[in-house]
Ligand binder design. Sequence first.
Ligand SMILES: Cc1cc2nc3c(=O)[nH]c(=O)nc-3n(C[C@H](O)[C@H](O)[C@H](O)COP(=O)(O)O)c2cc1C
Length: 441
Amino acid sequence: MSEPIHFGWFVGQGFGVQGWRKDSYSWGHTWYQPDIWEQAARVLEQAGFDLLILKDGPTVSYSERSRDVGLASAEGGPRHDTLFLVPLLLRVTKHLGIVPTLNTTHYDPYIAARQIATLYHQDTPRVGLNVVTSGGGARTSNFALPGRPLDSEETYRRAEEWLRVVRSLWTSWDRDAVIEDELNRVYARADRLHPIDFRGEHFDVAGPGVALPFPDEGPVISAPSNSPRGLRFVGENADLQFGYSRDPDIIQGIREGIDAVRPTNGRDPKRAKIFSNISPKVVGSQEEKQAYLAWRRSDEGLRRDLPLLSVILDVDLTQLDFDAPLPAPYLDAWTANPVSAGVVNAFLSTVDDPRTTPFRELAARSTHGQAGDIVGTAEEIADHIEEWTESSALDGVLFDFNVDPESLFGTLVPLVPVLRRRGLLRTGYASTSLRENLDGF
Ligand SMILES: Cc1cc2nc3c(=O)[nH]c(=O)nc-3n(C[C@H](O)[C@H](O)[C@H](O)COP(=O)(O)O)c2cc1C
C-alpha cells in the first residue's frame, strides 16, 4: 500500500459554461443553476477529495486578440461569481473544502475580507480562499485601477498588501469580543475591537472589520504560481501552492523556494502543501489510447484543445500553421512580459527548442487543455500519480477539469477504485475542517 496523498478538483472554467463542445453538453444541465454544481460536490466528497477550487476571472478575455476564440469556445466567458456558489455547495456536503477565487488586483480587500468571513462562518471550517494575482491588459480598465496593466512585481506587491489587510481585518476583533451577555444586554464589547490603521502603497484601510472573528486560524489560503516571485509570495502567505509542474526537480525547487521564506514568517515550513494540476484522460485499452493520442495531434484535436491556452496567453493559437514553429514575436512577447511566467515556462519547456519545433509538437504536449495531458488506462494513470508523488515533494494533485458529466464521471468512475485500492486516495475524512484534513498527512 502507498501513502495517501491529497486530491482536489480545479474547475478550470470557474462558474462558467460546463462541457461546451463535449457530447455530454446535451445532457440537459444548466451551468448557471445549482444542480450540476451540487452533483459535482457530492460526487467529489463521496470519492474522498479534499477540496474543490473554483477558478475565476471577473472579465471576458484579456483583449481583442483572444476574445473571439474565448467566446466561441466559452473559455473566455460568460462567467458568474463563484462566491455565490459556495453556500449552495456547503449545503450538500459535510467534508469537502470549497475554495472560491478572488483576484487581488480587482477586488477590494475590505469587501473581500467580509465576504470570505461570511462564508467561513456558514459551516464547519471548510471554506478556503484561492488568491490570484493576474493584473493583465484590458481587465484593469474595468476597475478602480490606474488603467494600465500592472507588471508582475507590482501585482505581487499589491497581493501581499491585500492579504495583509484581509488578515488584519480578520483578527481585528478579539475572539472574546462577542459575550452575548443577556443580563446586561451587551452582545459584543467595543474594547475588544481594534482599528488596523493600514497605510500602504495600494490600500489605506482603517478597520476594524465588521464580521465575526474566527474561532481558529481561519480559511486555508491557496495560490497558483510557479515563478520565483510567485513562490516567495506563496511561501510567505499561503497554505497551498499549485501549478502545472510535475518534474521532481522543479517540484523540489518549489519546495525549497517556499520553505526558504516560510520560517521568517514564523510558520511551520512543512505546512504549505504543493499540488500539481493534471487532466488525465482515462481510456479502456491501448488501442483507444493510440487513437486518442493521434486525434489529439490532429488539426481537429488541436483546434478543440487550444482555445483555453489561447485565452490564458491572450493570442488565438487555433489559427496558426501547426506544422511551422511558433512565430517569434509571440515567444518574444511572452518572454518579455508573460501573462504568467509559470504557464509560459511549463508550456515551452516540454521541448528542447520551442523556436524551431513545429507548433503541433508543442501543442500536443500542452498541459493546458482539457483533452488530457496524460492519457492511459486507470492503472497507468494511477502509476503516473504514484510515481510523481513518490519521487517528488508533491503533496497532491488537482484534477483540472470542468464538472460536466463526461469530465466528472468519465474520470472518477474508472480511477477512484484503483486509487483507493493502492491506498493513494482516502476512504474517509478525519475532520470537517479543510485545514485539518490537509494537515492530516
Ligand atoms: C494553475 C493556475 C491557475 C490559475 N488560476 C487563476 C484564476 O483562477 N484566475 C486568475 O485571474 N488567475 C489565475 N492564475 C494566474 C495566477 O494568479 C498568476 O497571475 C499567474 O500565474 C502569474 O504568476 P506567475 O508568473 O508567478 O506564475 C492561475 C495560474 C495558474 C498557474
